[in-house]
Design a protein around this ligand. Structure first.
Ligand code: PMP
Ligand code: GLU
Length: 411
């Protein structure tokens, strides 16, 4: 009989994917489920991106390619990060392309982390950071945040969390699941604190900044890439991907870049690991990446405007429900209300709601609305539910009405 290795036997399934799959299965069984579970834009991939892949496929670009991507596509990404994100000193050799942002994060953590190392990040945070860091043998140090501070950590908190064991700090702005983002000034202050702490006690520290939601912003601030700030530039690995901004979740494209000779060394190591793992991503996708990054600003902006309108609608709808605390979403496409006011109550058929998981289970089973429970996002996430509003305004109105009725029925 096969026995599973401990590393997977103990691994928690991704709760975002689990609830997404449950909602899909119920829909397939004919149930009218309104799903706000998966973080996946509802738009189709822009046509011109599809056409690039189709043309490459027809032209026979169907063979193995260089592991980290062909030189032209890597250079296109370096140019994008130089011109849009103001990250200096990048060439194609500083860029890795892998099968999604998640895969990039996994490969980077495998290349940088060892048992005994600590990885610091503010929580609530995306569910996959912890398992990916732990699979590399590291342990996680959480910085707690709360709804009152828009789920943002202070420079002092970063400073206090960094020890000689800290090997990595993960930042994610705009944030999944919080739906909030750091202002450029806040991020500058965080960068200064990390730079000081690193030179004081953690010289090998890497900042991994996950900027996959950089284009989906609708607050008062611009997005700033921390990798553009000179004091941390050479220790910052910028991670991004095409899934969200270009509505390309199924294509599986992610990338990472770090300048300088240390950056080139890390990227080369990521290529060595990837060469023993997945080799290159699907070869006829490379021209589509170039089209997305160089020709699709208008399509990205149209989708951003739709998300901005949805953010307004969900804020209005949630405000109608008593007892919720929810910062206004300013980036990504998530609302993350604190629902703990309802804990301890029971459904009409007698089920006690003791946690976010209980609430999401009962909401899905009884009201056919799928959210993601907040526990696995860490920290005060256990008091919250994640609502992905990457769906129509109509669905948002209907879903929040059902949610409000469900909460109103609790005794
Ligand atoms: N980072 C964050 C914060 C995410 O929310 C996601 C997925 N939604 C990813 C990375 C990875 O996305 P992908 O693997 O599709 O690029
Ligand atoms: N990241 C998206 C989410 O949070 C997609 C699922 C996943 O990869 O976690 O819903």
């Amino acid at each position: 009989m096969p026995t599973l290795a401990k590393r997977v036997a103990q691994l928690q399934p991704s709760v975002t994917i689990a609830f997404g799959n449950r909602a899909k299965a119920m829909k397939q069984a004919g149930i009218d489920v309104l799903s706000f579970s998966l973080g996946e834009p509802d738009f189709d991939t822009p046509d011109r991106i599809k056409e690039s892949a189709i043309t490459a496929l027809r032209a026979g670009q169907t063979k193995y390619m260089p592991t980290l991507g062909d030189p032209l596509t890597r250079q296109t990404i370096a140019d994008k990060l130089t011109n849009e994100n103001r990250i200096q000193g990048l060439t194609g050799d500083h860029v890795a392309i892998a099968a999604g942002g998640k895969h990039v994060l996994y490969v980077a953590c495998q290349c940088l982390l060892e048992p005994g190392d600590e990885v610091v990040f503010p929580v609530p945070a995306w569910v996959s950071y912890r398992p990916i860091a732990e699979l590399a043998g590291a342990s996680v140090v959480e910085i707690p945040t709360d709804a009152a501070s828009d789920f943002k950590a202070t420079p002092e908190q970063f400073d206090a969390a960094i020890t000689p064991k800290t090997k990595m700090v993960i930042l994610n702005t705009p944030s999944n699941p919080c739906g909030t983002m750091y202002s450029p000034d806040e991020l500058r202050a965080v960068a200064a604190a990390i730079a000081n702490a690193a030179s004081d006690r953690a010289p090998g520290l890497t900042i991994l900044t996950d900027e996959i939601y950089e284009k989906i912003i609708f607050g008062d601030h611009e997005h700033l890439s921390i990798g553009s700030l000179p004091e941390v530039a050479e220790r910052t690995l910028t991670v991004n991907g095409l899934s969200k901004a270009f509505s390309m979740t199924g294509w599986r494209v992610g990338y990472a870049a770090m300048p300088g000779s240390e950056g080139a060394k890390l990227i080369k190591a990521m290529g060595t690991l990837q060469g023993q793992m997945t080799t290159n991503i699907t070869s006829f996708v490379y021209p589509a990446i170039r089209t997305a990054l160089t020709e699709c600003a208008a399509e990205v902006e149209t989708m951003r405007q739709a998300f901005a309108k949805r953010a307004v609608v969900i804020t209005e709808e949630l405000a109608k429900i008593p007892g919720l605390v929810c910062p206004k979403p300013t980036g990504a496409f998530y609302a993350f209300p604190d629902v703990s006011d309802y804990f301890g109550r029971a459904t009409p058929d007698g089920k006690t709601i003791g946690s976010s998981l209980d609430l999401c289970n009962a909401l899905l089973e009884q009201a056919h609305v799928a959210f993601v429970p907040g526990e696995d996002f860490g920290g005060c996430g256990e008091d919250c539910v994640r609502i992905s509003f990457a769906c129509s305004e109509d669905q948002i109105r209907q879903g929040m009405a059902r949610f409000g009725e469900f909460l109103g029925s609790l005794k």
